[in-house]
Design a binder for this molecule. Sequence first.
Ligand code: AHR
Length: 532
Amino acid sequence: MKISINTLKKGEPLGDLFGIFFEDLNHAGDGGLYGELIQNRAFEYNTVDNQAFHALTAWEIIGNEEDIELEIASQNPVNKKNPHYLAMHLKSSGVKAGIQNLGFNTGIPLKKDVTYLFSCYAKSSQETDISLEVSFKSREGKNYLSKDFKINTEWEKYELELTAPCTDNMGRLALTTDKEGDIYLDFVSLFPKDTFLGRKNGLRKDIAQMLADMRPKFLRFPGGCLVHCGTLHAEDRDSMYRWKNTIGPVEGRPARRATWGYNQSFGLGFFEYFQLCEDIGAKAIPVIPGGFNPHEGKAAPLEEMQEWIDEALDLIEFANGDIHTKWGAIRAEMGHDKPFELEYLGIGNEEQGEEFFKRYAIIHRAVKEKYPEIKLINTSGPFCEGGDYEAGWKSAREEKSDFVDEHYYQAPEWFLANHYRYDTFVKEDPKVFLGEYASCSNSYYSALAEASYMIGLERNAHAVGLACYAPLLCNADYVNWKPDLIWFNNHEVFGSASYYVQKLFMNHQGDYQLECRASDEEESEDWTKEEE
Ligand code: AHR
């Protein structure tokens, strides 16, 4: 076979073509990329998140009924946004009692000689000094290490470093005392000290490194259906994803239901996403809801769209505003004076129907008026064709969206057969953002079909501007969706065959594609003839 490359014929610039898409499904965020090892750290889990959840999910009592009683209180919390905390009523002195956290997955992954940062808010009802003991334990109750700290009668944050003396992937973190009285606890937290780039409230290093190793041009976040599922009111416990709920000190970020059947602590919030983008050299592509929940047909009244316009405008100011602007100052207070240089913004994810597109137009026009340089992404539903798909493209052409977000999950044969899908798309239209795609398994064959399809995307850079595989991460103990690019448990992480395909294309993304032909002919292509 002969492969001929025409160095005289360049395609369109590939720009930011290949990137990644993060959504907190499959416990990709809490219990995954987010470095927090304590599950339900603020005692906020409840049945809104999952029918089986309650405020003590992932916590176990240590001691007998005669020695200790647990109560969930809410009269005087550390922060009203997370109103619940634990009251431990200790009934006898001289007997050790308390609670222990089970962590995510099989437990807290303790690694020999690794140092962990423990913190909690605590107070006691006694005037006298009272000591709490924090311990690493095995699942069977064997004590590995303990440290004492004294607590006062007002809420205070206590911080300690603990170095694990052994490896145990089923570890527990216990908090006990042998004094009679009442002890109150909130925001019990444990992070490995060595998070990705050593950041506080940081990311699990091995998983974040897998993302960095791909060298993606962009990161789309925070979802997916996670963005638009829920109620329209930011204050509701099951609200849609509202980015303003996810910034500032973690104690003030209100817990919310994740549409994937669990709880979002928002410890991994919009500031952390922007920071991750900067850390791995990827451009940020946040996606916000457009005042419409397509699953339940909930739509913000048209006369109340200002709130949703502000969701977009304030986000741009949070990312790009200088430190004298309201939202730029909040970013600076969180430790980032310099703007994050946001270029792209997605409005909606797979929304369908006229009601959405009316609202999209309102937000689009307001953003373009104030920030004409921001590239706006419209949406075309969950399929590669059909009425909703066409409606998305119609809206995008009418509003002059910069991009249309296309999503499709198909068989490998579909990807092979549709290699030429974008050859007929024209440069004058909005560009395609292929925001979610995967060939239906984690097999080598699927990965190869995706690779062939990606060559088609490169060839059509005149029409396709951005593309990312989905979903990105899966915690093997909490599978919502398959296939996924990267799999992990509480102590290991693996790339699928598709991961290595994506990494190959991202690591070697060129500036533009040269015309290229494969043939069985012995003779070389005479490109000059065609040029004439
Ligand atoms: O990627 C998984 C899900 O698939 C996303 O949440 C949604 O956008 C799509 O339907």
